[in-house]
Write a protein that binds this ligand. Structure first.
Ligand SMILES: Cc1cc2nc3c(=O)[nH]c(=O)nc-3n(C[C@H](O)[C@H](O)[C@H](O)COP(=O)(O)OP(=O)(O)OC[C@H]3O[C@@H](n4cnc5c(N)ncnc54)[C@H](O)[C@@H]3O)c2cc1C
Length: 434
């Protein structure tokens, strides 16, 4: 919808959008916060009405699945009708995964959370629930665990890896988030997968090891995979990550040749990791929105290129914020990248100023240069992650970070920013190594 909307402003294309979803132009990112009660209702998440799109000239087909893309004759098929295109944008997103090996996953009241109607169905089931098990301790699982426990519902968060948020942050930083979730009353179990979902018609309990946890509903937040059946059936090349292979202009390839009239963007494509140079998936609205800008440019004025990414990410889990950019220590190890880390604990405000909290910073350097950062605390996280993302892009060294100028006022910072202490810690280790 971002591409379609800006095209109406910058071109005279006649635009048709097909979406299998029943709603459009809503914030998926806001859904956990309706469940947690910070946002009053789901309607508030709908940013533009269908009427708005009609008024600006977009022919919108909701609840309409595209069955095939016929590349040879520039058309798509949906519900037995063919539609011609001069240019095609594929943005089919991802679909939620439920591990197939667990018995009982077809019982009632077992959900995944991807669409607005998923969130509404979960909300309805939560009204009658007194205990919930969430499987998967990634960002959606952790955000949902905090949201559900805030409603005085017994909440268990079950995670396969030894630490939560393992795709985003290292275990030392994840500990802080886990402790926070536990302080909210969430029972966090790591290093386990459920062995069975039990119940007659609906779920009533979940078996984990030798324990059976009562559960009125279960949410699987066990990750998503690119929804690329449509593209793959059309002969579009899919990479090892499961995402569509694209060139810098976001054209997909067919048997190795990039197609000039087709663009792909969002979660369904693979992108390049700026640090490792390898293909990866970026499952973020922020990345998808930047791709929409590149596609619109290329469909109008062009050419614009989508560069390799650092995938900066932030989540708000209960009262704590957690952010990351670039690579983690774990990813560095997986890619044989030698790193030096610097850790610091500081405060978000001057010690005497009410309302401050601890701030945890981890900086990761490779060959003197910053290649990753993780920050956890109650405030000031997004701003630091954004600044450190730019620092990585600008190839900043530990020495330069030690000398960085930072601003100060008691309600928003300490006199010396903890980022500087983390850089100093790393620099000291580097000097010791030399
Ligand atoms: C609970 C939750 C919280 C999130 N929080 C954040 C956050 O805080 N920050 C952040 O950056 N990101 C967040 N995300 C991720 C973000 O929402 C996604 O990265 C973003 O929506 C991806 O956009 P997209 O256009 O690629 O895919 P989508 O928004 O999923 O859109 C894909 C659309 O394609 C449709 N489609 C698929 N196949 C077909 C077909 N054959 N025919 C017709 N239509 C089809 C689907 O129905 C869907 O409507 C969150 C996601 C969820 C679920």
């Amino acid at each position: 919808m971002a591409v379609a909307t800006s095209l109406t402003r910058h071109s005279d294309y006649s635009i048709t959008v097909f979406s299998a979803d029943t709603h459009t132009a809503y914030s998926q990112c806001g859904m956990p916060f309706v469940i947690g009660g910070e946002i009053e209702d789901f309607e508030s998440l709908v940013l533009r009405s269908n009427k708005y799109f009609e008024e600006i000239g977009i022919d919108l087909h909701l609840g309409t699945t595209v069955d095939s893309i016929n590349i040879e004759d520039n058309s798509i098929s949906s519900g037995g009708n063919d539609y011609h295109f001069d240019r095609l944008v594929i943005a089919t997103g991802s679909k939620a995964k439920i591990p197939a090996a667990i018995p009982g996953t077809s019982l009632g009241n077992i959900f995944t959370l991807r669409t607005l109607s998923d969130a509404m169905t979960i909300e309805e089931a939560l009204q009658k629930a007194s205990s919930v098990v969430i499987v998967g301790g990634g960002s959606i699982g952790a955000e949902m665990a905090a949201a559900i426990s805030s409603r005085n519902i017994n909440t268990v968060l079950l995670n396969r890896s030894p630490s939560i948020l393992s795709h985003n942050i290292d275990s030392d930083m994840a500990e802080v988030v886990q402790e926070h979730l536990e302080s909210l009353g969430v029972k966090v179990i790591t290093g386990y997968v459920p062995s069975a979902m039990n119940g007659e018609k609906d779920i009533s309990s979940v078996t984990v090891g030798s324990t059976e946890f009562p559960s009125d509903l279960v949410i699987f937040a066990t990750g998503v995979e690119p929804d690329n059946e449509l593209a793959s059936n059309a002969g579009i090349d899919i990479g090892d990550t499961g995402g569509i292979i694209v060139d810098d202009y976001l054209h997909p390839s067919i048997s190795g040749t990039f197609h000039p009239d087709i663009y792909c963007g969002g979660e369904c494509i693979e992108v390049t990791d700026l640090i490792t140079g390898k293909a990866m998936l970026s499952q973020l609205a922020s990345t998808a929105r930047r791709m929409a800008g590149i596609i619109t440019n290329n469909l109008t004025s062009g050419p614009a290129e989508f560069d390799p990414i650092l995938n900066p990410w932030v989540a708000v889990i209960g009262n704590i914020q957690v952010g990351t950019t670039g690579i983690t220590s774990k990813k560095a190890e997986e890619n044989n990248i030698k790193i030096v880390t610097g850790l610091a604990t500081g405060s978000t405000r001057a010690d005497y100023y009410p309302g401050g909290s601890k701030l945890f910073i981890k900086l990761i350097f490779s060959e003197r240069y910053l290649v990753g950062a993780q920050v956890v605390g109650r405030e000031g996280i997004k701003e630091r992650i954004d600044a450190l993302t730019l620092a990585i892009k600008k190839k900043t060294t530990a020495q330069e970070l030690v000398k960085m100028e930072t601003c100060y006022a008691p309600p928003v910072s300490t006199l010396q920013d903890p980022t500087v202490f983390a850089a100093k810690g790393a620099l000291k280790k580097m000097r010791r190594k030399i």
